[in-house]
Ligand binder design. Structure first.
Ligand code: ATP
Ligand code: MG
Length: 181
């Protein structure tokens, strides 16, 4: 076994913060992994109503890069107002995510926007921490979304906070094809 192989281990990465680039950086890392012969599953918590370009581009990679939208694409924020249907979908997404991580079938699992689901109180961070701690040791996991929970930041290996310098939206420019979707 080469030194590189013997030192290989699964990492936990978090892309958080208010600036743009959390999901797309995760996809860039996924693309890098797929190029190394690794199999990547990306589960998008909360997303569902928009058609993102990456849904089509990942299909070119067949079963080596699988992207699934697990939500409805819009969520009412706030405890009492949270729609039970959204909670049910987040819970279902989490069950699938946990099984995928534990199965050892995937070299990398991306949990896109999971930080929002946790932030909205739709998913218990302690459950996520427990799964990540007990996962097969070679599996890389990437979590995205603003306001990453402190308990997840603590167990992560690499945490990046995107800082907003400016965003086109502030000038009234609406979401652009190829940039936002
Ligand atoms: P991306 O998917 O482009 O990498 P992201 O994952 O960092 O963005 P999210 O919080 O998931 O950002 O928000 C998704 C959408 O909101 C994207 O279309 C993105 O362009 C837009 N967005 C992200 N940050 C900002 C911001 N600071 N102001 C306005 N819109 C934003
Ligand atoms: Mg995102």
């Amino acid at each position: 076994m080469s030194t590189e192989e013997s030192s290989r281990r699964g990492l936990i990465l978090i892309n958080t913060g208010p600036g743009k680039g959390k999901t797309t950086a995760a996809m860039g890392t996924a693309l890098r992994a797929v190029g190394n012969g690794m199999r990547v599953l990306m589960l998008q918590f909360l997303k569902g109503s928009w058609h993102y370009g990456e849904l089509d581009s990942t299909q070119a990679f067949g079963q080596n890069f699988v992207l699934k939208q697990m939500g409805r694409g819009f969520v009412k924020v706030g405890g009492a107002e949270t729609d039970p249907e959204d909670i049910r979908m987040v819970q279902a997404a989490w069950v699938e995510a946990r099984e995928a991580i534990m199965s050892g079938e995937w070299d990398m699992v991306v949990l896109d926007e999971i930080n929002y689901a946790i932030g909205y109180g739709m998913l218990d961070p302690a459950e996520v921490v427990e799964t990540l701690r007990n996962r097969p040791e070679m599996v890389h996991v990437i979590l995205t979304g603003r306001n990453a929970h402190p308990s997840l930041v603590e167990i992560a290996d690499t945490v990046t906070e995107m800082r907003e310098v400016k965003h086109a939206y502030q000038k009234g420019i609406l979401a652009q094809r190829g940039i936002e979707f």
